[in-house]
Design a protein around this ligand. Structure first.
Ligand code: GLC
Length: 568
């Protein structure tokens, strides 16, 4: 009887503890997000452009990856100045990508496979071909005039604003029709929407409801930290454009807008929400996502992804950045963990080593990092194959409007375009947008037509079909790591502790949750390196590693990655 009673009491304690520990548990914290760039994923109709039917044909592949959520870059109607980030109709599908019925089949196919769908919501700006803008520019008294930011020319020149994508970097574009300038932080074809206007906000919330009612599972808010502007348009100090983020990020009322969005839309659905960019400080980031704020679910900060530079990067800096973000979010709020996306060149080329000797190992090592940190991992399509930068050397090969405009800007200034192109080979976002390499047939099996951007010639060696058959491929390693994360709550929720902080080659940390403790060791260098964690590793069970042969305790081979069990 006593034994039964004590078992019961122990059970109660355990139950209380489990409840406490699982209080903060959320599906979107436990999810692994796989980002698909639809234009480059799979073309079903031979026009050289990826499409929704193409994605549908690959749903089994996506399911076999083991990921839970797909984030799709914009698929709405668009004249494609910025590959869909210039929306002309928020309730329709881009012709190149298919129809609404294809979309419905896609959602159904995903949900049948237990995969959730997150859509990109691009509402800092629309396309200049959106009906709102057509109306807005037609006259100063049009009811849509205040959907955008206009500066009447009789007031003189508007205070300078920097445009990220404009050929002259001028964010004001003169429109003779009404003798006024409109604001565009990105390209001329991407006029900024006026969030101060409650009618505009209502339109956006209705659009969000439209998609949420269709059954989607979340929103990624594009460039959202820029939506709120001081519409008195104060003059910014000289040189502000070098730090434009400081002046553009988290403007007045941004939090009011987000709380309104949460009240009106997000709180009524079981959806996840993440905004691109997290402001200018930890405080900014917290204010977007802390649980008592009722704004968004998780921060997507740029500091980590920006570390890689053409000249290389310091691992000490890398560790410092990721550790600082982790500790700032140890108690409240939640982070995204990522090192690549459609705005970056390839993961292995930027953060690893894409030479044949190390591509495979360094790609697996980086995968290990992304899938063993605290935060929701965002993994970019193609990185699971270890796809590399393509290294275009002619300007004619590039497609990204922002790069083409910058090239013209540099040329007009008589700057060194050779140097510009050499930098682009490393950094251009077109590197991350070359077609997905499915197999070794023509165009890597992406299309039967002419691809909209050239396929990386290495598709004959690096492709999904080849990697399917090799148990040690990057692809199968990714699947293994996904499984490991899914089976180890410690990797999701566990406390992160940095070890061997001063080691400039090896990144070691533990993850600890509910008595379970794992040790992760990653050699970021192409040479054997020693670790000084002080932990005797020879007797520890290896849960996973990226070398086929056992490791030598205390030393990590080039780009070696190990996940070890310290306690059960
Ligand atoms: C975001 C997107 C990027 C796009 C820009 C303008 O940064 O990620 O691809 O070009 O916004 O919409």
């Amino acid at each position: 009887m006593l034994a039964v009673l004590s078992l019961f009491i122990m059970g109660c304690h355990k139950h209380k503890k489990d409840v406490a520990e699982s209080a903060g548990r959320k599906w979107w914290k436990e999810a692994i997000v796989y980002q698909i760039y639809p234009r480059s994923f799979k073309d079903s109709d031979g026009d050289g452009i990826g499409d929704l039917k193409g994605i549908i044909s690959k749903l089994d592949y996506i399911q076999r990856l083991g990921v839970d959520v797909v984030w799709l870059n914009p698929i709405y109607s668009s004249p494609n100045d910025d590959n869909g980030y210039d929306v002309s109709d928020y309730r329709n599908i881009m012709k190149d990508f298919g129809t609404m019925s294809d979309f419905d089949s896609l959602v159904k196919g995903m949900h049948e496979r237990g995969i959730k769908l997150v859509m990109d919501l691009v509402v800092n700006h629309s396309s200049d071909e959106h009906e709102w803008f057509k109306q807005s520019r037609s006259s100063r008294t049009n009811p849509y005039r205040d959907y955008y930011h206009w500066w009447n020319a009789e007031r003189g020149n508007p205070p300078a604003r920097y445009s990220l994508f404009d050929i002259n970097h001028d964010a004001w574009r003169y429109d003779s029709l009404t003798n006024a300038y409109y604001l565009h932080y990105f390209s001329r074809k991407q006029p900024d929407l006026n969030w101060e206007n409650p009618k505009l906000r209502r339109e956006v919330f209705d659009i969000m409801k439209f998609w949420a009612d269709k059954g989607i599972d979340g929103f990624r808010l594009d460039a959202f930290q820029f939506v709120a502007k001081d519409t008195s348009f104060p003059v910014f100090p000289e040189g502000y454009e070098k730090h434009f983020q400081l002046y553009y990020g988290i403007g007045p009322h941004l939090h009011d807008y987000l709380q309104e969005m949460n009240r009106e839309v997000l709180s009524h659905y079981d959806v996840m929400s993440v905004a691109e960019g997290a402001g200018n400080s930890m405080r900014d980031a917290h204010m977007l996502v802390d649980s008592d704020r009722n704004e968004l679910n998780m921060a997507y900060a740029f500091e980590g992804v920006d570390i890689a530079k053409p000249e290389g990067y310091s691992l000490l800096h890398f560790k410092e950045v990721f550790s600082r973000w982790d500790s700032a979010f140890a108690n409240d709020g939640w982070l995204s963990i990522y090192l690549a996306n459609h705005d970056q060149a390839r993961l292995v080329s930027r953060f690893g080593d894409d030479h044949p000797a190390f591509r495979d190992l360094s790609s697996k090592m980086l995968t290990t990092f992304i899938l063993t940190m605290r935060g929701t991992p965002y993994y970019y399509n193609g990185d699971e194959l270890g796809m590399t930068n393509t290294g275009f050397d002619k300007i004619q090969d590039y497609r990204d409007m922002s790069l083409l405009n910058e090239y013209r800007y540099q040329k007009n200034k008589h700057a060194d375009t050779i140097q510009f192109l050499s930098k682009a080979r490393f950094a251009s976002r077109d590197n991350g947008r070359t077609p997905f390499q499915w197999d070794s047939t023509a165009n890597g099996g992406f299309t039967t037509g002419t691809p909209w951007i050239a396929v990386n010639p290495n598709y004959k060696i690096i492709n999904a079909a080849e990697e399917e058959t090799d148990p040690n491929s990057c692809l199968n390693y990714f699947r293994k790591l996904v499984k490991l994360r899914k089976s180890e709550p410690a990797l999701i929720y566990g406390k992160y502790t940095l070890l061997d902080k001063a080691n400039d080659s090896v990144y070691s940390y533990t993850r600890e949750w509910n008595g379970r403790k794992l040790l992760i060791m990653l050699n970021f260098k192409n040479q054997t390196a020693a670790e000084y964690t002080g932990i005797e590793v020879s007797h520890l069970k290896v849960l996973t590693g990226n070398y086929p042969t056992p490791s030598v305790p205390g030393r990590l081979r080039p780009f070696e990655a190990l996940v070890l069990e310290i306690s059960k």
